[in-house]
Design a protein around this ligand. Sequence first.
Ligand code: NDP
Length: 266
Amino acid sequence: MSKEIFAIFGNPVSHSKSPLMHNLAFQGLQYNACYTRHLLEDGNKLKETFFRLGLKGINITVPHKEAAFNACDVLDPFAKKIGVVNTIVEREGKLYGYNTDAPGFLKAISEFKEVKTVLFLGAGGTAQSTSNILRDEGYEVTLLNRSQERLEKYKADGFQTYTFETFEPRAFDLVINMTSAGLEDDSLPAPKEILDIVIPSAKACVDVIYGKETPFLKLSKRHNKPTKDGSDMLLYQGIIAFEHFTTQTYHFDEIKPIMQKVFDFN
Ligand code: NDP
């Protein structure tokens, strides 16, 4: 079998850990493939670029996950429902699309038991796939966002949605930072007066940002709450993508110890 080539498409793409994660797994499992990165400026050129580069599969990051959805010939049912694709595999000339962010996130929070109600801080692209999978799994998801605009879609989908102005703080089992607040600044994802009510009544607090302790997680720790950052979500979406890339040749638990070595690198 000739060497298969995989890549991540995004803009920007230089920061992505996906090449390292997948190359560690390809090498560790002796699978004849390699993984690179490609700066894709125009999402409309995704399909053409995929075939021109002779790729077997890709991951897609910001801002092309909707363009990736449009480029696919075949969609798995969940990707089809949410309209967002982050993993594509080529089979017999056709592009098959999946979303692995959402099941990765679901698995990452599965360690928190007896959770029913979840408060999402933020309503961007990441919240879109994760809110839907959580609801499918029986969680009650409420979204709280800084501005009204992004909430409209969720409201139309039947989610409970609030802005900081309309929210009346109450107890939720899990509070999750789905915003980019704290990624490159020191801001909290919601006003402290709100967080000082919802955090103490939560069983645990989760952040999708990884690689640093955000102001949200620091505040949650000050309230003595169990916390979790976005590292497992990153890892698990990668493992599930790898399962698709290799057509389920390897089991999740076989890939995990190899791929998680990514966190040994800076
Ligand atoms: P989007 O740009 O789609 O959405 C950003 C969201 O954050 C919006 O709801 C926005 O609110 C809100 N927001 C941004 N800054 C602030 C702030 N200072 N205060 C309050 N709200 C704010 O981003 P994504 O959904 O793509 O990404 C969100 C986060 O998820 C990022 O930090 C990203 O790094 C992380 N992520 C982690 C992954 C992982 O594997 N761990 C995978 C993918 C993403 P508004 O509508 O008002 O602008």
